[in-house]
Each structure stands twice: as C-alpha cells, then as structure tokens.
Design a binder for this molecule. Structure first.
Ligand code: DGY
Length: 325
C-alpha cells in the first residue's frame, strides 16, 4: 500500500476543506491562534510533501531549504506577497492561491469601511458609550455624502471591480488607476486616469492592488498631499501599499479627512499605535475575507491546489505557471 503524502497546514482551517485534505493525506495542523515562528515552521516541514500556508508565514529560501521533499505550496489567500515566488519557481515548486472566492466578501468589507468612515459610525458608537449624547443638533457628527461622490479605485482587478459595482448602486462616479481589464472598466463605467488625477479628483480612494515593489507605499506623503482635504482613504489590500507614518501625519493635520483600514503596516498593529487612537481613523484586523462561506471556499480552493500539486498535476490556481515550462 502506498503511503499517503505528508502535509503541514499552518493554522486551523474549516472542517470541510480539512476533511478533503485528510482523506488523501497525512495531515499535521498547527493548532494555535498565533502562527508558528520561522523555526517552528521549518521544524514542521522537514519531511512534508505539501504545505497549506497562511499570509502570516514567510515562505522564503530558508523555509524551502528546510523542506527538501516539498512538491507544492498552497497559500490560503489570494495575496501571496508572503511567498518568495522566484525562490519557489527556481526549485520548480508551484505556488497556489485562492482568487475569486473572496472577491465579494472583500468588496463588502471595503464598502462597509467606506460607509463607516463617511458617516462616522464608530465615532457615533463611542459618543453614546462615553455618555456624550445630550441632544440632537444640526452640526452633530457631520460626515461625508457618498451618493454621487467620486470613487477612485487603485487596482481595478476582481475586487476593485466588485467595489465599483457596489459604488454604482450609490450613483458614484468611478475613476481607476492600475488594472488592464477593459471589460471590468466598461461594465462599471469606470474611467482610467493617471494616479495624480485619481488622487486629485476622488472623494474616496480605495486600494485594491497587490503588494509588489511597484505598489509599496503607492500612498506616500506626496500622494496624500495630492488628495482632497475632504478625502477618505480605504485600504483592504495590504498594509504596505500605504506609508503608515505619512498617513498618520496626514490624518493628524487634516490633510485628508479620514481613513478606514482593514490592513496595516505593521500587521498586527499594536493597540498603542497612534493610528488606532485617531478619531478620524477606523482600524479593523484584516477581516476582508472573514465570512464563514468565504473562508470555507478559500479552504476548498487551497485543498484543490494542494492535492493537484501532490498528484503532479497543474494547480487550478497557480501564480507561477512557468514552473510547468
Ligand atoms: C487574501 O486572501 O489575500 C486576504 O488578504 C485574506 O483573505
């Protein structure tokens, strides 16, 4: 009887995808909420054939050197900036990700943050909790109008497009920078503009680009000065696309009005980080894809990638198809 392939899963995943993997593999699953340290991770992969990794794990050349039997890396995320893809490709290892299944959930989160920032929902909750609500008055906690405003989308890929679909329901004008899918742009009536124009004309700027060397700090001190003083920045992409220090300064000096961040740099952000305590900043802990259905579907896709890789077949979602020559 041939032995089942050995697999390490670096955090507890939902039951359905786990059962699918367990049916075909000998599985070790990291049981803790906190991720394995790099040393712990390496110690767990010395004899594995496959890994399901999270965005919290660095899959780099040190990791790869510790896992000589590895045949596939299945990242439980659409983003894969935690993986050194070139190093994996150099070793002929396919890397899988989970696009598509989290598009709607992430766009929901981005639009929820946009609305929460525009209408100062968190401040409103705090206002009552702090026993400040004495009466109604015309200038109380005034926010920004969403309907008919201009939304600038940086990265009109799948999630940016889904964000634009939501914005259309609010009668928003949509500008975009980055992303080359003309069908997406046509379907939502989005206009392609330069980054500078997008920043100058948008009432809301929402980030949906992957984190790459080209997009790191795409929102920096200069970009922030180009934005309207009434602008609201929403980030559900990766923390590193925004220069956190520049953003802090821009919010403290009212260079822009508000920010709503699902992702931060550093991540996790400490409770005593000044961004967390600004009245005009909402920070939540990277919850873009955090619905039951989405996390199950991400797991099922990660399982498909993993099992295909273990069988020596092309991954259904492979970020480095060049490994297949
Ligand atoms: C991703 O998949 O890249 C998200 O950030 C987490 O779901």
């Amino acid at each position: 009887m041939s032995q089942k392939p050995k697999v390490f899963i670096s955090r507890t995943i939902p039951d359905e995808p786990l059962a699918r993997i367990q049916a075909a593999c000998e599985v070790t699953m990291w049981p803790h909420e906190m991720p394995p340290s790099p040393d712990e991770l390496r110690a767990h992969v010395t004899d594995v054939d496959g890994i399901v990794s999270m965005l919290t794990e660095r899959i780099d050349s040190d990791f790869l050197a510790a896992a000589p039997n590895l045949k596939v890396i299945s990242n439980y995320a659409v983003g894969y900036d935690n993986v050194d893809v070139s190093a994996a490709t150099a070793k002929g290892l396919p890397v899988g990700n989970t696009p598509g299944v989290l598009t709607e959930a992430t766009a929901d989160q981005a639009f929820a943050l946009l609305l929460a920032a525009a209408r100062r929902l968190v401040e409103g909750v705090e206002y009552i909790r702090n026993d400040e609500w004495q009466t109604w008055y015309p200038l109380q906690l005034l926010g920004s109008t969403v309907s008919g405003a201009t939304l600038g989308i940086i990265g009109l890929g799948r999630i940016g497009h889904a964000m634009a679909q939501r914005a259309r329901g609010f009668g928003m004008r949509i500008l975009y920078y980055g992303g080359s899918n003309q069908a997406f742009a046509d379907e939502v009536g989005a206009t392609k503009v330069s980054l500078e124009t997008l920043l100058q004309e948008s009432d809301f700027v929402s980030l949906h680009c992957p984190l790459t060397p080209a997009t790191r700090h795409i929102i920096d001190a200069v970009a922030l000065t180009q934005m309207k003083s009434s602008a609201i920045l929403v980030n559900t992409a990766r923390g590193g696309v925004v220069d956190s220090n520049a953003l802090l300064h821009a919010l403290q000096t009212n260079q822009i009005r508000y920010a709503a961040l699902d992702v931060t740099d550093p991540e996790p952000i400490a409770a005593d980080h000044p961004l967390v305590h600004l009245p005009n900043c909402i920070v939540v802990p990277h919850l873009g894809s955090a619905t039951w259905e989405t996390r199950i579907n991400m797991g099922l896709l990660a399982a498909e990638n993993l099992l295909a890789g273990l069988r020596g077949e092309p991954l259904p979602n492979c970020v480095n198809p060049e490994v297949y020559g």
